[in-house]
Design a binder for this molecule. Structure first.
Ligand code: CO
Length: 155
């Protein structure tokens, strides 16, 4: 059972995750742990690297509660962007205004192994983009203009 969320600069946060080929009992257990960890830490999104697992799995807080998305991909994004404040459970207390596309289309597998496509907007689109970035080792600080990142004094 996973007990702690990895905090920056733990090296695993920079790892590129592998696709999940089969939803095994182990994967189901990991998903259960991730949902529990996200709720315990009052998060609205969590990626597997944040619990030390290099697997392409994210948890998103939806209107139906926490849901897992496996091998999620952004298949299209809007040209329109917007700036919103983001936090991250791996950077406690840090909130940054980040510019991202305002709408994205997502393809993923759900926990029932069904392929799903979702059109997301605004806040939910934001969470998906932040979490999918984590699966490629990209953190929200990397989305700042470089001069703003310099001001943060973190690498
Ligand atoms: Co994060």
């Amino acid at each position: 059972m996973i007990k702690q969320i990895k905090k920056y600069p733990e090296p695993v946060l920079r790892k590129k995750c592998e696709e999940v080929e089969k939803i095994t009992e182990e994967i189901k257990e990991l998903i259960g742990d991730m949902k529990r960890m996200m709720i315990e830490n009052k998060g609205i999104g969590l990626a597997a690297t944040q619990v030390g697992e290099e697997k392409r799995i994210i948890i998103i807080m939806t209107k139906n509660g926490p849901e897992a998305f496996i091998n999620p991909k952004i298949i299209s994004k809007s040209k329109k962007t917007e700036i919103m404040e983001e936090g991250c459970l791996s950077f406690p207390g840090l909130f940054l205004k980040i510019k991202r596309p305002s709408e994205v289309e997502i393809e993923a597998l759900n926990e029932q192994k069904q392929k799903i496509q979702l059109k997301t907007q605004r806040f939910i689109a934001r969470i998906f983009q932040h979490e999918i970035d984590h699966l490629d080792g990209i953190l929200f600080i990397d989305r700042l203009p470089f001069w703003q990142k310099l001001k943060l004094k973190i690498k």
